[in-house]
Design a protein around this ligand. Structure first.
Ligand SMILES: C[S@@+](CC[C@H](N)C(=O)[O-])C[C@H]1O[C@@H](n2cnc3c(N)ncnc32)[C@H](O)[C@@H]1O
Length: 275
């Protein structure tokens, strides 16, 4: 279906509609989406339609994001697939309308994904989206602030996009990261600066190496994903969130397949669909 005329993009209908009087503009699906989502392309299209209709009506997505849902949100989020190990469990904190967790789950059917979101409206949207996309067997939605889950939930990979500055985010995410796992924080041009600011704190907490900046191809020019990878290490964590909590997380493999390291300060990360 996609790329039938060897064109770069293929217009499809938006699915559903916000209003009968003013039908939504056609959603344009980049041809690369077929490679990224493979057999789950139809679900990805359904998710894009959900974001562009319900997501806008319910205030989770700004209307101006609708024309660039694929480039800035779905494909950008799915680029994380390059740095997540095989068949693992991912906790996505501050998932909002499901970014990056839902596109990642659609692009990587081998993953189990837990979407953590404290706000009621977003939590309900996530539950409905997971059901509508037939993801309920491997995606779970938890309504909580990340810091409330320390000692209760842990996974080899913890992701976050547009949730907090790296030092604050790491304080929430590291206690949810299994021993030897990694936090993957989607950042933009600020990545190197955020590492510089956060590193003294991270080192005090027991993070063994300075975080690295990875660039993950999204398949769209100018929309590659900039990810800060913070390795959890194997030693004890000393964040205030972790202090006094008992559970020892599971063993995990370090992330890394297909992305390139950059030491640079350039690149675009995904901003939130709506703050
Ligand atoms: C700017 S939005 C980003 C949403 C989504 N990740 C995206 O990129 O579109 C930030 C999200 O983080 C959530 N959030 C804020 N503080 C949090 C915390 N302590 N634990 C988990 N989520 C949190 C908010 O409710 C909100 O949904």
């Amino acid at each position: 279906m996609l790329g039938a005329d060897s064109a770069d993009v293929v217009p499809t209908t938006g699915g559903g509609g916000v209003s009968r009087e003013t039908p939504p503009p056609p959603v344009v699906v980049p041809a690369v989406a077929a490679d990224v989502f493979g057999p789950h392309l139809v679900q990805a299209e359904r998710y894009a339609a959900l974001l562009g209709t319900d997501g806008v009506v319910r205030g989770l997505i700004g209307p101006r994001e609708v024309p660039r849902l694929w480039e800035r949100h779905l494909l950008n989020s799915a680029a994380l697939r390059h740095v997540v190990p095989e068949a693992t469990h991912v906790v996505d904190i501050g998932s909002g309308a499901g970014l990056p967790g839902i596109p990642l789950a659609l692009a990587r059917p081998d993953l189990r994904v837990t979407l953590v979101e404290p706000l009621e409206r977003r939590y309900h949207f996530l539950r409905e989206a997971v059901a509508a996309l037939d993801l309920a067997d491997r995606c779970h939605v938890v309504r909580a602030r990340a810091e409330e889950l320390a000692g209760e939930l842990a996974a080899p990979v913890v992701t976050a996009r547009a949730v907090a500055a790296l030092d604050k985010l790491a304080g929430w995410a590291l206690p949810l990261t299994s021993t030897d796992g990694a936090v993957l924080a989607i950042k933009g041009r600020t990545a190197a600066q955020e590492i510089e600011t956060a590193w003294p704190t991270l080192r005090r907490w027991g993070v063994p190496e300075e975080p690295e900046v990875l660039t993950c191809p999204s398949g769209i020019d100018g929309e590659d994903l900039v990810v800060v990878r913070v390795l959890r290490g194997t030693g004890p964590l000393r964040t205030s969130t972790q202090a006094g909590r008992g559970r020892q997380p599971r063993q995990a493999k370090a992330a890394g397949r297909g992305a390139s390291r950059t030491g640079g300060r350039r690149g675009r990360g995904g901003g939130a669909a709506r703050g």
